[in-house]
Design a protein around this ligand. Structure first.
Ligand SMILES: C[S@@+](CC[C@H](N)C(=O)[O-])C[C@H]1O[C@@H](n2cnc3c(N)ncnc32)[C@H](O)[C@@H]1O
Length: 341
């Protein structure tokens, strides 16, 4: 047996250790978010020593020092003398959930029991799960992550779909499938005050949160919430626009749902699918965005589906007689596919 050259072993070891280091970074960010350490640092542009952070955040000074050093090592913090300050743009990226590029919801989603722990438990049995079995922390994490998708869709994504902004501004009747905890429908209701909405979701707990979100947005009189599977929800030529965000891949019967949406739209009505663009080929999955999406596939597997490539949605809409079908990427983890009845 020939011995692999030392450099090759080191290179391969580096690939493993890079993953372990990433894990340390994720846990460090998660602690910083959960315990308000990043928030506290964001209030001090000149930074804080770890002792000052400990005092302000009410945590143990020794632990504060360990956390600060790890956050520095993972480039979440910079140092100015003895003080630690947030690295550039980390306030936006991790703390501002209205910033379209916000990624601060990801650690909570990835660390929730619902992703890897349940997968590991069910690995042998292959037992599947569903949204009603999800922990509240996971649903909250999904809500925060889903929020960034809507913050990219409204207004920037909407403006890129020909004619859609005009419809929203004129006052469309809008169907939202997968209303979830209701951030999207509330955001659309606030952005487009002439529109009326029907939000559909199969999960009662999420719809309860959605009702609160809609009320807070002052839009209860323009939003109807319906508990139903997408497969069972049918209406006849009622809506001008139908939107679904990060959920089309979850349809139990995607052909039926697409036919339902086609039937529910008025002639000329627009169907907008906002979703993760999973790579077409296995070879394309070795990028940072695709590695994160490969992680999301663990949860999707538990609910018996997988994220799909954008080209699947394009063919789906064409197969169901949608016209002017097109798609664009907003970010490497966010694509929009659209077509008209
Ligand atoms: C990933 S969450 C996204 C929620 C929301 N769009 C967001 O961005 O936060 C998916 C939601 O779709 C719902 N859902 C998935 N498949 C469904 C189906 N076939 N029928 C009804 N609801 C479904 C789930 O209950 C869950 O609330």
């Amino acid at each position: 047996m020939t011995q692999a050259p030392q450099e090759e072993i080191q290179k391969q070891a580096g690939k493993v250790l890079q993953q372990v280091a990433g894990y340390v970074g994720v846990r460090t960010i998660d602690i910083g978010l959960k315990h308000g350490l990043l928030e506290e640092l964001s209030k001090h542009s000149g930074g804080l020593t770890s002792d000052e952070l400990a005092r302000n955040a009410g945590i143990d000074p020794f632990y504060a020092m360990v956390w600060c050093r790890s956050a520095y090592a993972n480039e979440i913090l910079e140092r100015e003398g003895e003080r630690f300050v947030l690295a550039p743009h980390m306030d936006k990226l991790l703390l501002d959930d209205d910033f379209p590029g916000h990624v601060g919801g990801l650690p909570a989603v990835l660390l929730a029991y619902d992703m890897f722990d349940r997968f590991s438990e069910n690995l042998k049995s292959g037992e599947r799960s569903w949204w009603d079995k999800c922990t509240p922390e996971f649903i909250q994490g999904v809500r925060t992550t889903g929020r960034s998708f809507f913050n990219r869709l409204v207004p920037a994504g909407v403006a890129r779909v020909p004619g859609l902004l005009d419809q929203f501004e004129a006052g469309a009747h809008v169907l939202e499938l997968a209303t979830g905890a209701g951030f999207g429908i509330s955001k659309m209701a606030q952005a487009y005050p002439k529109c009326t909405f029907v939000g559909v979701d199969g999960d009662a707990y999420s719809l309860g949160l959605a009702a609160e979100a809609v009320k807070e947005a002052g839009a209860s009189d323009r939003v109807e919430l319906v508990e139903s599977t997408f497969e069972d929800f049918t209406r006849d030529s009622e809506f001008d626009v139908a939107v679904i965000s990060i959920s089309m891949h979850e349809c139990r019967d995607i052909e039926k749902v697409t036919a339902n949406v086609h039937g529910a739209l008025k002639p000329g009505g627009c169907f907008v699918i906002s979703d993760f663009p999973f790579p077409e080929t296995v070879e394309e999955t070795r990028t940072v965005p695709a590695r994160i999406m490969s992680g999301i596939q663990f949860f999707e597997a538990l609910i018996d589906d997988q994220l799909l490539p954008t080209s699947d949605y394009v063919s789906l809409l064409k197969r169901h007689d949608f016209k002017d079908v097109d798609a664009f990427d907003i970010t490497p983890v966010h694509a929009v596919t659209h077509g008209r009845k």
